[in-house]
Design a binder for this molecule. Sequence first.
Ligand code: SF4
Length: 483
Amino acid sequence: MEEKVIDENKQGEALVLEAKEGNARKLYIESYGCQMNFSDSEIVASILAEQGFNTTQQMEEADLVLVNTCSIRDKAEQTVRKRLEKYNAVKKINPKMKVGVLGCMAERLKSKFLEEEKIVDMVVGPDAYKDLPNLLKEVEEGRDAVNVILSKDETYGDISPVRLGGNGVTAFVSITRGCDNMCTFCVVPFTRGRERSRDPKSIIEEVNDLAAKGYKEITLLGQNVDSYLWYGGGLKKDFKNATEMQKATATNFAQLLELVAQAQPKMRIRFSTSNPQDMTEDVLHSMAKYDNICNYIHLPVQSGSTRILKEMNRQHTREEYFELIDTVKRIIPDCGISQDMITGFPTETEEDHQDTLSLMEYVKYDFGFMFMYSERPGTMAARKLEDNIPEEVKKRRLTEIVDLQQKHSAYRTQEFVGKTVEVLIEKESRKSDAQWSGRTQQNTVAVFPKEHYKVGDFVMVKIEDCTSATLIGKAVGYSKVNN
Ligand code: SF4
């Protein structure tokens, strides 16, 4: 029987943890990187709950310490190495604890991790979490354990995640794993393998389970949600040929969005991450058709230069990206859009950089995630292109796009002033315990006085002021969704 435990994270924010009665062993798990990794850690916690583990926030009392790692940039890997030094110190006061590394860095380094980091007992890749019980047995019998085999069909669709430290209001639901796009700078295809989609039935089951537990918003997760495609099978005799059968029984991303929206009409639905080369108009029409599918898209572009996009093996041009943005704005005029951008990609000229700035000027994104190019071992770019942009040039270009984004974020938040928008309350504002914090449909943060409202309420908020990142307002009543 599962129970909810309210704990607190280091920031003093309330955390909702699920625990299994009778489980005596303690698991401490840390996650780094993308939302996919945080969602995977909930799968891992569920698999280990069947082995008698409940999660703890205190590493000092843990029997097993796991770190779910990211390999997207060198800095992410350095962060993990620093954490392992910390584990070393804790192991001195908690000698029984076993240490395992999960995720993309584990997949990239494989058994080399054991040689490089003596504290590590176990190395497990993103597709091998169901083997954890066996690997744990090996470790308990004093052997090191490694499983980094990538799978063509593992989606963990049959595992009900154990929610770890969320706010009890929003949750991630993974719909695809892996990626078939070979962007030349990216390690994901090597650390997470080929793309595969999860059975829509198991996705709907998980969404219904979350609704029953009181969650109010879900984010459908995938490295590239637009390439979601599930073949439902069916009887060969009913179709002229396999292609016809596939067409008739397939569920694509637009259809999945509608299935989820219909299954839980009062639940907010978000999704991430989209890919401009795969996004189709029917996804936008599905968004426009259902009030509970949020008007927000995270649409990474990485560069504004068609020449650099080609070097990155991104299958679209600058012009095609503009067309897509125009189509988004035509079908969903108030859609919030955010970006990912890389500066200083090999061979990037000042002119290419200016193309990135002018693309940002055209879109005026709500917010973005911007980084300097970090060469990743094993990627096409690392093999074919010299990392030839000087660090100080990368830094200057990064500063320019961050400053421009700041200006555009302020322009977008200013557009809300004077309007009344629906906000889902997620937690107490970091700045004041007299205020609630939540997000609009466009994924913009809003804060307002608490009054009689509570976490999980959908509230209509009149926006009176803003900063470049936050809307400031006053609640004027419940949203109709709340009824
Ligand atoms: S779409 Fe490109 S950047 Fe995104 S995960 Fe796939 S390979 Fe990496």
